[in-house]
Design a protein around this ligand. Structure first.
Ligand code: MG
Length: 407
């Protein structure tokens, strides 16, 4: 097998928990659990805590029963993003073409270090990232990204591997169930099973036509990748967004309209940051709300002119929320989705002429927050969700991290 150009893949081990250990070295060797925004659920844990059977998504009170001596820390996405960018920079020393796939996963066009094999290079990358950032990472090289990711998953934690001969690939695929492949969930696996396809090797050896019929073109791409064909290229930069969204958990159960309105405004302010960062304006705004005791609901509002201005988006969001709001029901999550994204110049609407005063206010707000920190200047409506702003750990939420392909 030719090994002149392989795909590199790096994935930090227990990233959130490892990131906490980087800034609190006394945690080394201790069981560490990272808690979600309410401090109620474990969203990540390190290997010492895994040994106690603590699972992701488990409530803190159950985790504490299993692992009373564990150290439980509230998540801090701003810190995780800082380390994520540091890892990206260090991986960038090995390749000019690096894809920021998720907050702790990177693909790159790989080549072996001069005078070294791919195995040695994988060890070198892993050890270099550990020295430079303090983070343990598993590194793998293979012919395609799907193979590299599978190899890394099987080599965790702190592994360094390279699939450079056909026997290594075959051996890995034989002992790996198809559900280990990102993109093949239980439902897809259930479609494959009647055809005797259970392992990744079964899938690789199946007919491409059959796989395409069962799993559409996405599954067919995975099949090609398992066969060593690069169906999904490395993408150092992503294509322009078709939509931008901000939102997430409401940090508990929200029943009153004022608090929900506070969250609506917070999410608009986050969305405006994103629209301005990408230099686009929204033509359509969708407000989606999930409820604890009712079906999720969404309201769509069309803007008469594409906009990134607070008052115009707020007006549209209110219309969207009116449709999505279920009075008397308990809301748990909210998302704002901006679509129909436009870059200027565009026709100004007669109904929404430029407003120099509001434009000036927006400029001041942006300048203050860029200079003195996020949320230093924010709408008074967000006072209804004030508890959230009191905790600096909430300054960044997970989807505020830019540039990744998925999360
Ligand atoms: Mg990871």
């Amino acid at each position: 097998m030719k090994t002149t150009a392989l795909v590199g893949f790096g994935d930090a081990d227990s990233f959130y928990a490892s990131a906490e250990t980087v800034r609190r070295p006394f945690l080394v060797g201790l069981p560490v659990g990272v808690l979600g925004n309410q401090g109620a659920c474990v969203i990540a844990r390190n290997y010492p805590m895994k040994k106690y059977g603590v699972k992701v998504g488990e409530p803190i009170w159950e985790a504490k029963q299993k692992c009373p001596q564990g150290v439980y820390i509230k998540r801090d996405f701003r810190w995780y993003e800082t380390l994520s960018r540091k890892m990206l920079a260090e991986v960038g020393r090995y390749s000019h073409r690096v894809e920021y796939y998720s907050i702790d996963e990177f693909f790159w066009e790989g080549s072996a270090n001069r005078g070294q094999s791919y195995e040695q290079t994988a060890v070198d990358v892993r050890d270099h990232v550990k020295r430079a950032t303090g983070l343990p990472m598993t590194v793998a090289f293979a012919r395609t990204r799907t193979l590299a990711k599978l190899a890394a998953d099987m080599a965790k934690p702190f592994g360094a591997v390279a699939l450079t001969c056909p026997d290594q690939e075959t051996d890995l695929l034989r002992r790996t169930p198809v559900t280990e492949i990102a993109g093949i969930a239980k439902r897809s696996a259930a479609k494959l099973e009647p055809h005797g396809i259970k392992t990744c090797l079964d899938l690789r050896q199946a007919s491409g036509l059959l796989v395409r019929r069962l799993l559409t073109v996405v599954g067919h791409d995975i099949w090609r990748e398992l066969n060593g064909v690069r169906a999904v290229p490395i993408r150092p930069s992503r294509s322009p967004h078709k939509m931008l969204a901000r939102g997430g958990s409401l940090a508990g159960r929200v029943r009153d309209a004022h608090t929900l309105y506070g969250w609506l405004v917070r999410n608009i302010e986050r969305l405006i940051e994103e629209l301005q960062f990408h230099e686009v304006r929204a033509s359509t705004l969708t407000v989606a709300v999930s409820y604890f005791d009712a079906e999720s609901a969404a309201g769509v509002a069309h803007l008469s002119v594409p906009s990134d201005r607070f008052d115009i988006l707020l007006d549209a969001a209110k219309r969207g929320l009116r449709t999505a709001w279920r009075q008397g029901k308990t809301a748990t999550h909210m998302h704002l989705i901006a679509s129909g994204l436009r870059r200027g110049p565009w026709q100004q609407s007669l109904f929404e002429p430029p407003d120099p005063k509001l434009d000036a206010v927006a400029r001041v707000k942006r300048a203050v927050n860029e200079r003195y920190g996020r949320w230093k200047l924010r709408s008074g409506a967000t006072l209804y969700a004030n508890d959230w702003y009191d905790d600096p750990a909430n300054e960044h939420e997970v989807c505020d991290i830019r540039g990744k392909f998925c999360f």
